[in-house]
Design a protein around this ligand. Structure first.
Ligand code: AOF
Ligand code: ZN
Length: 322
C-alpha cells in the first residue's frame, strides 16, 4: 500500500524548484510510482519549471525511461495540484493522464482556477481512473498561498514589511531627497537581512512603496541579491511629486503608478486584474498604517534592530491581537 503523504511531500519538494520562475502560475510537482506487490519504484518525476512552459505532469511523463513505459498502467500519479482540464498555454494535463492510462491519481488539492475547479478530477474519474483528492492539503495550500489568494479572494497576497530601531523608529525625519540632517535614509537592516529582503522581492510578484518613500529614499526596488526576477514596482503619486528621473522608473523593471485612485481596495482589484498574485509593501509608515487599518493584508514582517536613534518617524503600530 503506497504511503500517499510521503509522495505528495516529494511532489511539494519538486514544485519548489520552480519557485522563482512560474508566477503567477502555481508551483506544481508530480511523481509517478509503479507498484508491484510489495515493491514500489519511482519511474517518473517532474515539476512546472517556467511560466508558459510544460506543466508538472507533462515533465513527469517525459522523464519515464523507455523500458519503464509498460509500467505506467500499473502506476499511481501523484500531483500536488489538480491536473488542469483547459487549453491554456499548454493542452489539458487531464487528457494526457487519461491517454497514458495510469491506474490511479492522487491529488494534493483541487485547483481553484475557474477554468479547472474540479473539472480535471471529474474528467479523469469519468475515464474510469481512480482519483484520491486532499492529501497533505494544508502543505499544498501553504506552498501556493499566493496563487490561491488570487483565485479565491480575487486579490494579491499581501505582505507588509519594515525594519525598526530598538526605540521604535523606521527612519530619521527628513524633508528632502538624499542628504537629510543625518545624510540620507537610515540603514537599519544588516547585510544578511538585506539579502532576505531581496529573497522576499523574488518570492513575490510586486513591491510597493508610498510617495514619501519614493521621493525621499529614491529606491530602486530591484532584486539584486537573490535568484529570480525583479518585482514589478508599484507606487502612489497622487500629486505628481515623484521626479521623472527617480530610480523607481529605471528600465530594469516595470513600474505601475497609481495617481487618481489610490484606494487600497481599488489597487488590489486592479493588481489582481493584471494577474499579480502577491505584493510586498515596504513602506513608508503612512502607507503601512493605512493598510493595517484597512485590515486587508496577510502577513507582517518586522525586523527589529539593536540601534537607537532617539527621535524619528515612528514605526507603524502592529494591530491589536484579538
Ligand atoms: C497543472 N499542472 O504544473 C500547473 C497547473 O497557461 P497554462 O496552460 O500554463 O495554465 C496555467 C493554469 O494551469 C494555472 O492558472 C493553474 O490553474 C494550472 N496550473 N496545472 O495541471 C501544473 N502549473
Ligand atoms: Zn496542466
Amino acid at each position: 500500500m503506497l504511503e500517499y503523504a510521503k509522495y505528495i511531500a516529494h511532489c511539494i519538494e519538486l514544485a519548489r524548484l520552480g519557485q522563482y520562475y512560474v508566477a503567477p502560475n502555481p508551483m506544481v510537482g508530480a511523481v509517478l510510482v509503479y507498484e508491484n506487490g510489495t515493491q514500489e519504484e519511482v519511474i517518473g518525476q517532474g515539476w512546472h519549471q517556467r511560466y508558459g512552459e510544460a506543466h508538472a505532469e507533462v515533465n513527469c511523463f517525459a522523464s519515464v525511461r523507455q523500458e519503464d513505459e509498460d509500467k505506467i498502467s500499473e502506476s499511481t500519479l501523484f500531483v500536488s495540484l489538480e491536473p488542469c482540464s483547459h487549453y491554456g498555454k499548454t493542452p489539458p494535463c487531464a487528457d494526457l493522464i487519461i491517454r497514458k492510462g495510469v491506474r490511479r491519481v492522487v491529488v494534493g488539492q483541487l485547483d481553484p482556477n475557474p477554468k479547472v475547479a474540479g473539472q480535471g478530477v471529474q474528467r479523469i474519474r469519468e475515464a474510469g481512473i481512480e482519483v484520491v483528492v486532499g492529501v497533505m492539503e494544508k502543505e499544498c495550500r501553504e506552498l501556493n498561498k499566493r496563487f490561491l489568494c488570487l483565485h479565491e479572494q480575487h486579490r494579491p497576497y499581501v505582505i507588509l514589511k519594515w525594519a525598526q530601531t530598538a526605540d521604535g523608529f523606521i527612519d530619521y525625519k527628513r524633508t528632502e531627497r538624499g542628504a537629510g540632517d543625518k545624510g540620507g535614509a537610515l540603514v537599519i537592516s544588516t547585510p544578511l537581512n538585506k539579502m532576505l529582503v531581496h529573497r522576499m522581492r523574488a518570492e513575490n510578484m510586486a513591491i510597493m512603496v508610498g510617495t514619501n518613500t519614493a521621493v525621499l529614499d529614491n529606491p530602486r526596488l530591484l532584486n539584486t541579491h537573490w535568484a529570480g526576477r525583479h518585482p514589478i514596482r508599484v507606487v502612489l503619486d497622487r500629486h505628481g511629486r515623484i521626479p521623472a528621473d527617480s530610480k523607481i522608473f529605471s528600465d530594469e523593471a516595470e513600474t505601475i503608478v497609481y495617481r487618481e485612485n489610490t484606494d487600497w481596495s481599488f489597487i488590489l482589484t486592479d493588481l489582481a486584474a493584471r494577474g499579480i498574485h502577491s505584493i510586498v509593501v515596504e513602506g513608508g509608515a503612512q502607507l503601512l498604517t493605512h493598510i493595517i487599518q484597512s485590515g486587508v493584508y496577510d502577513e507582517i514582517h518586522v525586523e527589529k534592530s539593536a540601534i537607537t536613534i532617539g527621535d524619528g518617524i515612528p514605526a507603524p503600530q502592529l494591530p491589536q491581537e484579538s
